[in-house]
Ligand binder design. Structure first.
Ligand code: OGA
Ligand code: MN
Length: 277
């Protein structure tokens, strides 16, 4: 009888334009042996799912460090608790912005390269994380649309992301949001690799130098395009799943879940390697 050997590291694509499942033990992942391959997959597939690996916090931190420069949280913490439970995360209210399509860290000079989430507590219902590939969506645009949007600039602000879930803030709350910053970014990001992606999401307030209706049509029309079927993947979490995404060529959002469900994800991040230009 011949034994069928399970490969140490195997990859299965999810959708044609986005996502793959990486089948490897957590020991193999943490060893760093496949770090180069994982970085390639990140750029090619946008989203990597590591099903049921049950990484502990130190293992997740060690795994993240094999892939690039580790990006700590503002107070130096290595792990960020993604939860709507204000007892666990004092700034949980801001995270309600994550129910809408976004890119992480559009207000930083160099947005993070990648985020890694591990499922710790899952809700009974809802709470998927959805992704879309903004490289593939740009590539598939008709040529005349590419020409129309070439060179356009967009004002991104933290405040814009908060209006989605809190449309009537107090004046004091609005000031708090305004103080969290804004930034003008190109609508089309030309990466060092020569590939192009779209820079959209809930922080995108308006396209500069066009009227408000034109701006809304562009921002919402392109978001609708990017998040349509060929470029889209919805991850339904199973216990112990870890998911990593290329924050420079995808958008993501959480689908609704009950804030009292206890849903808890632990996040690590990789430092960005190029500014949006
Ligand atoms: C994030 C995020 C989505 C989720 O951690 O940046 O947007 O499903 N998370 O929790
Ligand atoms: Mn996010």
């Amino acid at each position: 009888m011949t034994a069928v050997l399970k490969p140490e590291f195997d990859v299965v694509d999810i959708n044609p334009k986005i996502g793959c499942r990486v089948l490897a033990s957590k020991e193999t992942l943490v060893s760093g042996k496949y770090a180069g391959r994982i970085r390639e997959l990140l750029e090619q597939r946008g989203v990597l799912v590591f099903p049921g690996v049950h990484m502990s916090d130190p293992e997740q931190v060690a795994f993240t460090r094999t892939l690039g420069e580790f990006s700590p949280e503002i107070f130096g913490d290595e792990i960020y608790k993604v939860t709507l439970d204000t007892d666990e995360n004092a700034r949980a209210d801001y995270l309600k912005g994550a129910f809408y399509w976004h890119i992480d860290g559009t207000m930083s000079d160099v947005p993070i390269l990648a985020s890694i989430l591990s499922a710790k507590v899952l809700p009974k219902e809802g709470g998927n994380t959805e992704f879309c590939n903004t490289y593939a969506a740009y590539d598939a645009l008709p040529e005349e649309k590419k020409q129309e949007i070439e060179g356009l600039e967009v004002l991104h602000s933290f405040a814009a992301s908060q209006f989605y879930h809190n449309p009537e803030p107090t004046a004091a709350k609005l000031e708090e949001w305004i103080n969290m910053g804004n930034k003008v970014l190109p609508l089309v990001w030309e990466h060092r690799s020569g590939r192009k992606s779209l820079v959209l999401g809930n922080t995108a307030e308006r396209v500069l130098n066009v009227d408000p209706i034109t701006s809304a049509r562009l921002l919402h029309g392109l978001r609708d395009w990017c998040t349509s079927e060929p470029f889209f993947y919805s991850h339904h979490w199973e216990p112990g799943d870890m998911v990593m995404w290329d924050n420079t060529g995808t958008m993501h959002r959480a689908t609704y879940y009950d804030p009292a469900s206890g849903r808890m994800m632990h996040r690590t991040k990789l430092e960005g390697e190029e500014p949006v230009i």
